[in-house]
Design a protein around this ligand. Sequence first.
Ligand code: NAD
Length: 420
Amino acid sequence: MNTVVVIGQGYVGLPMALRAAQVGHSVTGLELNETVVENLNRGVSHIGDIGEAELSNALSKGYIASADPACIERADVVVVCVPTPLGAGGGPDLGAVENAAHTIARHVKSGTLCILESTTYPGTTEEIFGPIVAGNDLEIGSDLFVAFSPERIDPGNEQYGVKNTPKVVGGITDACTAKARDFYQSFIDTVVPAKRAREAEMAKLLENTFRHVNIALVNEMVRFSRELDIDLGNAIDAAATKPFGFMAFRPGPGVGGHCIPVDPSYLSHRVKAKLGYAFRMVELAEEINQAAPGYVANRIRNILNDDSKAVRGARILLLGVAYKANIADQRESPADPLALRLLAWGATVRYHDPYVSQWRPRGTDQTFDSVTDLDGEMRESDLVVLMQAHDYYDLSAMNDADVEVLDTRGVLEGKRVHGL
Ligand SMILES: NC(=O)c1ccc[n+]([C@@H]2O[C@H](COP(=O)([O-])OP(=O)(O)OC[C@H]3O[C@@H](n4cnc5c(N)ncnc54)[C@H](O)[C@@H]3O)[C@@H](O)[C@H]2O)c1
């Protein structure tokens, strides 16, 4: 078993650190945010998927959170899970990755395996992360081992977690790949070595771009399907009976989260910067998916119009403002641009979300509280918009509700339910 430091104790780093501790590695979670460090050491988790039982179990096995980078001096393995938000030019802002790499360089000992997990463009590990951690004195592949391993965590997914989601690894040299494979194999069921770091980096962006493009495909199809009087949801169900060569994606109000709307542009940015031409599929998918909340707003306007109502002054209830079902994360949620548009049109916007008690849509200076009397608010609304089908919602009650409902998820079928 190894002495492991996981840098960044957020959605990605904390589950990884706890899983490694569970199998017997001696794990320190290195985190800049001292409040998070204190809370973790007291057994208080800030990540929805990590329950207190899991955290206290790891603490009892020696897991500790710390803000002191000196722990790297004892580490056999350092895993970096820091944020890579969208930078000004469309590529990732690598500030946190570079910071973490410099911290490692100041403390690392010879023989350590350093793994980058943060999502980024192909080439980052070889061109930026590796050279910084190795500095001038250490040779990668003999004195120090450097690899990339993309994170595939899916918040709220109860079936697939750290242990049973196959993990791709790719090192700068073959020796780096082998070391990273051996490390992950100690606590993850299936480890998949890629040819090099850049192929592992590309695998992650391919996965997210695949989702982005396929969601854009159905988001575009849903618009003309309505005009052609075709029930696209029913057509997708029919197509999905094909046992090979098809994967069902469903239209929705737009893509959210920090991965799907963000990561593919790291790839298009890299292609443009290095090669000078566009990655057109990504650009098109971005255009279509970014337009989806505007399409929902237009559907709202048309439904109200059919009911002889104007948007201005209408009371509109949005259900689920998180970016996906059954989680609280609101990053890049399509509910935000939708709310912005409805407010600009003069609507009275209210919302309910069992996971989000207060909501301030991006681009507004208004803060909303989740309504407490959901049934009463539904009765008072001119239109209810189902944005996220959280398990909390009683769909059969919504089907029977005495109010017009716009279902952006294709899960309702009541008489007063309208589709996208
Ligand atoms: N959350 C997901 O579902 C998910 C899925 C796949 C990939 N990723 C990728 O994984 C990476 C991490 O994402 P996340 O969602 O865990 O981010 P997060 O914001 O939840 O957590 C990152 C943590 O790192 C800490 N941090 C930043 N710089 C640090 C430093 N130099 N030293 C110590 N701590 C530092 C921050 O304080 C924060 O607590 C990103 O590149 C993201 O794109 C995330």
